[in-house]
Design a protein around this ligand. Structure first.
Ligand SMILES: Nc1ncnc2c1ncn2[C@@H]1O[C@H](COP(=O)(O)OP(=O)(O)OP(=O)(O)O)[C@@H](O)[C@H]1O
Length: 241
């Protein structure tokens, strides 16, 4: 089997004297789409932030294409596009200015900002302040930002929050295109129908540990035939949002 592109081994993280992530091991091959699912506080955002290099594990290793954050920070950062679960946009900056700023940080021409806006259906509203946008529109700006530089690894925290059904379908299609182009995608979600539609590997987390992982069919076989949503609700005692 080919070497995994993203490798997490023995990753532990404590915050405020509480164990948040314990013994995490994940091997992700290039071009795959991985969904991190779990209830509130399961550790999804923490894992994504550690892979993004925003948080550091207390122990264990994380590498992307053999590169570690500790070893080569700049090279590591260039491999990643990260979509946070929430972001405070600069008041007054338009969507185009916001994306142009991010493009310039990546050394990309302004034309990439316009292309990105078109991709997420915001070309007509590019001259309006992002701060005035709805939640779903802001999510689309954040998605555009994460994929702007065509990074080998795209990390997304709750990317479909606030998206209407049309944009969820469009998002699913666009993420599949990223994967087909060889980009690797890791995202968190409470929307299990999105995980089922999109991910070729699903990790179910509880209390900072992976309880179960596999493709949607394997997980359904393990948890029952009623679908991932029902199994998940029963197992984790939550209903998804
Ligand atoms: N800055 C912090 N300080 C202390 N504890 C934190 C901090 N951030 C997260 N935690 C704790 O880490 C655990 C995992 O949080 P995390 O945000 O990763 O969960 P999550 O699965 O993304 O949850 P949600 O679905 O609610 O977004 C929780 O118990 C949380 O209280």
């Amino acid at each position: 089997m080919a070497e995994p592109f993203v490798e997490l081994a023995g990753v532990n993280k404590r915050m405020k004297r509480q164990t948040v992530i314990e013994g995490l091991r994940l091997n992700i091959r290039q071009g795959s789409i991985v969904a991190l699912c779990g209830g509130n506080g399961a550790g999804k955002s923490t894992i994504l932030k550690m892979i993004a290099g925003i948080l550091q594990p207390d122990s264990g290793t994380i590498t992307i294409g053999g590169v570690s954050w500790r070893g080569e920070r700049r090279r590591y950062a260039e491999l990643i596009g990260y979509m946070p679960d929430d972001f405070r946009f600069s008041p007054g900056l338009t969507a185009f200015e916001t994306l142009s700023f991010w493009a310039s940080l990546r050394g990309l021409p302004k034309s990439t900002a316009q292309e990105a806006l078109e991709r997420v259906g915001l070309a007509d509203t590019g001259s309006k302040p992002v701060a005035s946008f709805s939640k779903g529109m802001r999510q689309r700006v954040l998605f555009a930002q994460a994929i702007l530089a065509k990074p080998p690894l795209v990390l997304m925290d709750e990317p479909t929050n606030g998206l209407d059904p049309y944009w969820i379908d469009t998002f699913v299609r666009q993420v599949k295109e990223l994967s087909a182009a060889g980009q690797t995608v890791i995202f968190s979600t409470h929307q299990l129908q999105v995980a089922e539609a999109l991910a070729d590997h699903i990790a179910l987390l509880r209390g900072g540990r992976i309880e179960l992982e596999g493709d949607a069919t394997e997980i359904r076989q393990r948890l029952g035939a009623a679908g991932l949503q029902a199994a998940f609700s029963e197992w984790f005692g939550i209903s998804s949002g």
